[in-house]
Design a protein around this ligand. Structure first.
Ligand SMILES: *[C@@H]1O[C@H](CO)[C@@H](O)[C@H](O)[C@H]1NC(C)=O
Ligand SMILES: *[C@@H]1O[C@H](CO)[C@@H](O)[C@H](O)[C@H]1NC(C)=O
Ligand SMILES: *[C@@H]1O[C@H](CO)[C@@H](O)[C@H](O)[C@H]1NC(C)=O
Ligand SMILES: *[C@@H]1O[C@H](CO)[C@@H](O)[C@H](O)[C@H]1NC(C)=O
Ligand SMILES: *[C@@H]1O[C@H](CO)[C@@H](O)[C@H](O)[C@H]1NC(C)=O
Ligand SMILES: *[C@@H]1O[C@H](CO)[C@@H](O)[C@H](O)[C@H]1NC(C)=O
Ligand SMILES: *[C@@H]1O[C@H](CO)[C@@H](O)[C@H](O)[C@H]1NC(C)=O
Ligand SMILES: *[C@@H]1O[C@H](CO)[C@@H](O)[C@H](O)[C@H]1NC(C)=O
Ligand SMILES: *[C@@H]1O[C@H](CO)[C@@H](O)[C@H](O)[C@H]1NC(C)=O
Ligand SMILES: *[C@@H]1O[C@H](CO)[C@@H](O)[C@H](O)[C@H]1NC(C)=O
Length: 882
């Protein structure tokens, strides 16, 4: 018995000893590896021989579990490491995965890692690796995945690379490789991904033995100075799904049978080369093509064995080449096709009606070719299409009535064609942003339905033969471009369309009239008439105002008395702060003298002095729905818990059956809106930027950090209060939660639906989203950048700020014209940066607007004086929100 015990004891001691040696051995390897690394952020603090953590649990380490613990994988990606990659880790015999990507290692390719006998995966992407690829690279024979992308590796690719027979993934993208790529690919029978893109110093033909890689799925050779022809051998790439040869110097004709061989192809991109000649027309021979080709005798008998259907093809990009001949019409009806780009070639042919079968088609660009056909009816049946541009072609005939029926359609450009007939009514494309039909032979009227397209921003109907008048309702759209020059339009032009638009946009229509145009409208009679109407309107408004005032005043007095009579009996109050004031004092303090501004739509605001001498602002909410007092209390309490330096603190509230008083901290400087409306508004740019950042931070807090997430829903300069240090404080937030959704909506609607703080989708989308707040914030930012108030109440016809800015920035170098001239030139770069952010926020398409988090970041980077380099042109691009 004793002997067995001794034996077991010895055995266990031996075993423990073995474990200890092996572990301390591997741990030592790792510690040696760490000792040559600089770990400025201390991410590797768990790597320590004193720490209690087993080394298999150190940051980035993975161990095998059977038969025993061995390090198999080290992943130290994105830890801001620098220093030296030492070969000590090759003492880890089972190490197969080493990922050091996204660090700052600054050294030549660490050849000694080839001693790691089990290493299969090596990722050094995005470091500062320099020098050439050494001949001895062949020593990495065990590697299956090699990623050296995004470094500074230079020189030529050595022949010896061809010995890495086990490679499945080879990525050398974004380096400084030069010279010619040797034919090293014969051994790479297992290669699945080859990426040599963005090596702009290469001057090479594409090695033809790439075509032997039967397992290759992705071949990415974009922007790498490849020249010569696309090798015919590419027909052998039978597994290929992604082919990107774009932005090279490839020339010659396209291999005739290539596309029909690559049956698995999903993405095909040969754009921006110098490939010329006819595109093999028989490719992607689908059902549609067979029918089409029978009609037009398209094949010319030359494509007998094209059996491919290209059924997987999603992206077809051949733009910016010299292709001629008929466009391969089979592409139009592929079941999965999403993107067709062929602009800037010399393609002829047409779009067949079978385009209706392309049920996933999103984007078509054919500009600057020689297409000539009708615009097919089938186009309007594709419900996913959001961009169709085919300018500078020979499309003729009438526009089919359904041409804008896709519910997601955003951009249509058919300018410079030979279209005739009238422009059909556009009723279904509620997301249309840009419509250009200029330089055709269209006749008839400007369709009145344009007025109902809520986000229409760019409208170019110039150089046609349109007649009739300009629909008055167009002045209600936020048009940045409205060009109807050189038509035969007549009648009165709405004043706000004349104001702010270049005169050239209306010229060439001799029968148009209006103030500011060569013709004033027939006789001055209508003018008097208009003036008469204005006087009448004013009178009516004044009377109405007087009546309302009387009613309100009467109501107030009555109410006042009743509250006195009731000795505050019906009032309940909840204070979150020792206010030492009674409801009675509050109500007594609320009189015309203490009222400031009109306090916005939801009720007046009064400033009341507390016995302590402090001032509080009291907002009286009337017209709140039928919230029960219980839920009312819950909602206000929810909001009162918000503590953020850019959100006004709610100190308490009082409520009775029909009113709520919200008590806020009072801000000394009044609101940003009051300040901007002042004639002599003059704030230093630095202060404006800090106000913008503060407001953005407040909104971020409401949207993302506060639980429950809140929407402000009424962001405008008037609701941004400034304290003594100009720190902004958002007020009037989330009032929908207090007054209830229905009352909120009707109150907002009564203010004015067309307030320029409201995003374009506000009117027609029921959803309330963060993007609505982002838009309103963008308008505030425009006010800060331009120094103009968003809306100028006194002159009814003048443009709101969004229209004004959009029209200006649409002109070359216009961006600098909108910046507040009161601010010194030296800040113009920064202001232009802020303008760019504001334009993004006020993008017509909600999904193009950034989140408030992104806005904060972008504004802060401006504040840090890292100016975004900026020109009028780049702003121009942003103002086209696509
Ligand atoms: C831990 O490592 C340090 C430096 O590598 C060494 O000086 C020390 O002796 C080691 N301690 C133990 C307990 O192994
Ligand atoms: C690593 O940590 C986990 C959880 O903390 C623990 O279960 C495991 O035993 C540790 N592994 C080793 C080898 O210490
Ligand atoms: C990364 O490390 C370098 C020094 O190696 C240091 O200068 C830099 O600030 C660090 N960056 C970050 C983001 O930690
Ligand atoms: C680990 O490496 C050792 C030595 O090279 C080898 O004998 C063993 O089979 C490897 N174990 C695993 C799980 O790979
Ligand atoms: C290498 O790391 C980079 C950076 O994280 C990553 O994008 C890339 O996909 C990795 N490469 C491979 C082949 O896994
Ligand atoms: C293939 O590998 C062998 C030996 O590993 C080598 O001699 C040959 O040159 C390689 N072929 C190519 C095309 O690189
Ligand atoms: C293409 O080749 C021509 C002539 O060799 C050269 O002038 C041009 O710069 C090249 N273009 C690119 C993008 O490499
Ligand atoms: C092609 O023609 C056949 C027979 O005429 C017809 O049944 C089929 O619908 C047509 N397909 C297309 C896409 O027009
Ligand atoms: C069409 O066929 C005719 C006669 O076979 C030939 O002359 C012509 O070059 C062919 N056209 C194309 C584009 O292949
Ligand atoms: C417009 O119509 C007139 C008269 O019908 C015609 O002479 C002219 O060529 C047309 N212009 C365009 C651009 O179609």
């Amino acid at each position: 018995m004793a002997r067995t015990c001794t034996f077991l004891f010895l055995l266990s001691v031996t075993f423990t000893f073995f474990i200890l040696t092996s572990s301390s051995f591997e741990a030592d390897m790792l510690l040696t590896f760490k000792s040559s690394i600089e770990d400025s952020k201390k991410y590797l603090s768990s790597w320590s021989n004193t720490s209690e953590t087993h080394y298999c649990n150190w940051t980035g380490i993975t161990c095998s579990t059977t038969p025993s613990l061995y390090v198999t994988s080290i992943n130290l990606q994105s830890l801001n490491l620098s220093g030296e990659i030492s070969s000590s880790i090759c003492g880890l015999h089972n190490l197969s995965y080493l990922n050091l990507a996204d660090n700052h290692f600054n050294q030549p390719i660490p050849l000694h890692l080839s001693q790691c006998s089990s290493l299969e995966y090596l990722n050094l992407s995005n470091n500062l690796i320099w020098g050439t690829i050494p001949y001895q690279i062949s020593q990495f024979g065990s590697l299956k995945v090699l990623d050296f992308s995004r470094n500074g590796i230079e020189g030529t690719v050595p022949e010896s690379l061809g010995s890495l027979k086990n490679l499945q993934v080879l990525i050398l993208a974004s380096n400084l490789l030069s010279g010619s790529i040797p034919s090293v690919f014969g051994n790479f029978t297992q290669l699945v991904l080859l990426d040599l893109s963005q090596n702009s110093y290469l001057m090479s033909e594409i090695p033809s033995n790439i075509g032997e890689l039967e397992n290759l799925k992705q071949l990415i050779l974009q922007s790498s100075g490849f020249q010569g022809k696309i090798p015919d051998s590419f027909v052998g790439l039978r597994s290929l799904t992604h082919l990107d040869l774009s932005q090279n110097n490839l020339t010659g004709q396209f291999p005739q049978t290539l596309l029909s061989s690559l049956q698995k192809l999903v993405s095909f991109d040969v754009s921006q080369n110098e490939i010329f000649g006819p595109f093999p027309s028989g490719i992607c021979k689908g059902k549609g093509l067979i029918n089409f080709s029978l009609h037009t005798n398209f094949f010319n008998g030359s494509m007998p064995n094209s059996i491919s259907d290209c059924v997987n093809l999603e992206r077809f990009q051949v733009q910016n080449n010299g292709f001629s001949g008929d466009f391969p019409s089979g592409v139009w009806s592929l079941p999965r096709i999403k993107l067709i780009r062929a602009e800037n070639n010399r393609f002829s042919g047409g779009i067949p009606d079978s385009i209706s079968e392309a049920a996933q088609l999103e984007q078509v660009q054919l500009d600057n070719n020689s297409f000539s056909s009708h615009i097919p009816q089938g186009l309007g049946l594709v419900k996913t299409l959001y961009r169709f541009s085919a300018s500078l072609n020979g499309f003729y005939g009438e526009l089919p009535p359904n041409f804008c029926d896709s519910p997601v359609m955003s951009i249509i450009n058919l300018s410079h064609n030979s279209l005739s007939g009238s422009v059909p009514e556009l009723k279904k494309c509620r997301k249309l942003v840009s419509l250009s039909l200029s330089e055709n032979s269209l006749t008839g009227q400007i369709p009145p339905s344009l007025v109902d397209l809520p986000v229409l921003t760019y409208l170019d109907l110039s150089d046609n033969n349109l007649t009739g008048s300009i629909p008055q309702g167009l002045q209600n759209l936020k048009l940045a471009l409205f060009n109807v020059s050189f038509n035969r339009l007549s009648g009165k032009v709405p004043y706000s369309l004349i104001y702010g638009l270049p005169a050239s946009f209306l010229e060439g229509n001799p029968e148009l009239c209006g103030s500011g145009l060569p013709n004033s409208c027939s006789s001055d009679l209508p003018r008097h008439h208009a003036a008469g109407i204005t006087v009448l309107t004013c009178a009516l408004i004044s009377i109405a105002f007087a009546v309302v005032t009387v009613i309100i005043a009467g109501g107030f007095i009555l109410y006042h008395q009743s509250s006195k009579q009731n000795k505050d009996g019906h009032w309940h109050s909840v204070f979150f702060y020792p206010l030492r004031i009674t409801e009675h004092d509050l109500i007594m303090g609320m009189n015309d003298k203490s009222s400031i501004g009109n306090g916005g739509v939801f009720g007046r605001v009064y400033v009341i002095g507390l016995p302590s001498g402090e001032l509080v602002a009291v907002k009286k909410l009337v017209n709140f729905g039928n919230q029960s007092s219980k839920s009312l209390k819950a909602e206000v309490k929810t909001m009162a818990k918000i503590r953020h330096k850019n959100i006004v603190k709610i100190l308490g509230f009082c409520y009775s059956d029909d009113s709520v008083f919200l008590i806020y901290k009072y801000s000394q400087k009044g609101s940003l809106g009051d300040l901007i409306s002042c004639q002599n508004f003059h704030l230093h740019w630095g202060v404006r930027l800090r106000i913008a950042i503060g407001v953005a931070q407040g909104l971020t807090y409401l949207h993302k950090d506060y639980v429950p997430h809140l929407l402000h829903r009424n962001v405008k300069a008037k609701n941004i209060l400034l304290d003594a240090d100009f720190e902004p404080k958002l007020t009037d937030f989330a009032l929908d939660r207090i007054v209830g959704e229905a009352a909120f909506q009707s109150t907002m609607a009564s203010e004015s639906t067309s307030s320029c703080y409201n995003a374009p989708e506000y009117g027609y989308s029921k959803k309330t989203t963060e993007q609505l707040d982002v838009y309103s914030f963008g308008v505030v930012l425009l006010e800060l950048v331009t120094g103009r108030p968003a809306e100028q109440a006194e002159s009814r016809d003048s443009l709101d700020i969004v229209k004004w800015v959009r029209r200006k920035v649409n002109i070359k170098n216009g961006a600098f014209q909108v910046l507040d001239p009161k601010i010194s030139q030296s800040f113009h770069q920064e202001m232009a940066g802020a303008l760019e952010i504001a334009l993004c926020c006020t993008s017509v398409m909600p999904e193009k607007r950034p989140s408030m988090v992104d806005v904060v970041r972008a504004l802060q980077s401006l504040d840090a004086r890292t100016c975004i380099s900026n020109t009028g042109d780049s702003i121009d691009e942003h103002s086209i929100p696509i």
